[in-house]
Write a protein that binds this ligand. Sequence first.
Ligand SMILES: C[S@@+](CC[C@H](N)C(=O)[O-])C[C@H]1O[C@@H](n2cnc3c(N)ncnc32)[C@H](O)[C@@H]1O
Length: 196
Amino acid sequence: MRSALLLSPQPTTKRIADLDGPDFYPTPAWATYALIDNEDFSGDTWECACGDGAMSNVLEQGSSRVESSDLYDRGYGEAHVDFLAADRKSRNIVTNPPFHSAEGFVASCLEKAEHKFALLLRLAFLEGGGRQRTIFAPHAPSRVWVFSERITFYPKNAEKKGSGTTAYAWFVWDKSHTGGTQLNWFAPGYKKRYGG
Ligand SMILES: C[S@@+](CC[C@H](N)C(=O)[O-])C[C@H]1O[C@@H](n2cnc3c(N)ncnc32)[C@H](O)[C@@H]1O
């Protein structure tokens, strides 16, 4: 017999891929705390698609000196910097990139991060023949941190209701790492601890 929980309607919220637009979805703070509680980013970190600073504000609580920029002017950091075309480097790079340019952000980070970079991506980013060939075979991530709690992304200023339907993970490339990709899971509790 199916439990009442399975049969009850579950409100859901899905981040819609904004195929050629800005794709502005601020990251809930707890999802960035999960990263910095488990990965060290000492030295400089560039939040290169910073939006309104939701992620930068948390990164600054860690050991990093954070620089922030975005393609659009969102009232935070340096505006009108196209990360894909920018000619600068940083010791670390951390961001939640727009869905439509995720592959480009990986390629750019490989050039621009001197030590380490972490991208918040859909867990399904692991799939696909094209990515296997161009990203994962030549540049396997050092660690993948799978969220055991769902992240709900809301467009800026949208009413916060429903829960996420998409699985996400932090993908970390660390030049000091040797060996294959380590697969890790965040223990549940970040949402409650850091206010989800
Ligand atoms: C999903 S939002 C994430 C915002 C922020 N990183 C956060 O986690 O709260 C993606 C951001 O990427 C920015 N963006 C889109 N294309 C970009 C590009 N080529 N270079 C830099 N920023 C870009 C958008 O303006 C938007 O603010």
